[in-house]
Write a protein that binds this ligand. Structure first.
Ligand code: ZN
Length: 228
């Protein structure tokens, strides 16, 4: 994911009309999406939101062999295979990671109508497997919801919108500038309360940092490609 050109991947996988349809659907649940930051809901609030969307919802720490590697999943109801779609989030993670997973899985639900028939019925969210999300329209659409929730447009413009032509070229090669990354880190630590320094597991810290960079690059690409 570090070498990927996010603008190119976004252009390949998601059209502007699909993006608008996705935002319109998500705005039914988050009316201020992309205008203001989405508040971090507690699992009980997530359950209420899921109920409004007629989803089966489960939020619990995952005790299976994949442990923390599994962030959550979405199961489409497909050809009425299930009565209702199913969302699961692994609450063994940091609260911000839990909310990120929730937004991602809800994003799948939003995308399921738009990309009807595309992709798999079962979508596993495996930690740090972000490169795979850049090869699948439904995964990328789900991540778009996360990126819009974390960086509403006014904030995204402030952080990512003022590049010099030179830094623009660098960004197109797949990198964010140091200054932008610093602002992203401040946002994630300051607003969302993630303290990377206090994380005891180095591999887990790296996975969270990879997620931070992935969603920031995606948010930048949305601004670059769709001016949104
Ligand atoms: Zn997914």
């Amino acid at each position: 994911m570090f070498a990927r050109n996010y603008v190119r991947d976004l252009r390949r996988l998601l059209g502007y009309r699909e993006l608008l349809a996705l935002i319109a659907k998500a705005s039914e649940i988050w009316p201020r999406l992309n205008r203001e930051s989405v508040n971090i809901p507690q699992p009980a609030r997530m359950a209420e939101m899921a109920a409004v969307m007629h989803l089966h919802f489960k939020a619990a720490p995952y005790r299976g062999p994949e442990g923390l590697a599994l962030r959550g999943f979405y199961v489409d109801h497909g050809q009425n295979l299930l009565k209702r779609p199913l969302v699961y989030v692994n609450t063994a993670h940091h609260p911000v990671a839990v909310v990120t997973t929730f937004c991602h899985e809800i994003g799948h639900h939003m995308a399921s109508d738009i990309f009807r028939g595309a992709g798999e019925l079962v979508h596993l969210f495996v930690d740090a497997d972000y490169a795979a999300h850049l090869d699948d329209s439904t995964e990328l659409a789900a991540d778009v919801i996360v990126a819009l929730a974390a960086y509403p447009e006014p904030l995204a413009r402030k952080i990512f919108g003022c590049q010099t032509p030179l830094s623009g070229l660098v960004a197109q090669a797949g990198a964010l500038g140091d200054e932008q990354l610093e602002q992203v880190r401040e946002r994630v630590e300051g607003h969302f309360g993630v303290n990377f320094k206090s994380m005891k597991s180095a591999p887990q810290k790296l996975r969270y940092l990879a997620g931070m960079i992935h969603f920031a690059k995606l948010r930048w690409a949305l601004l670059e490609e769709f001016d949104t």
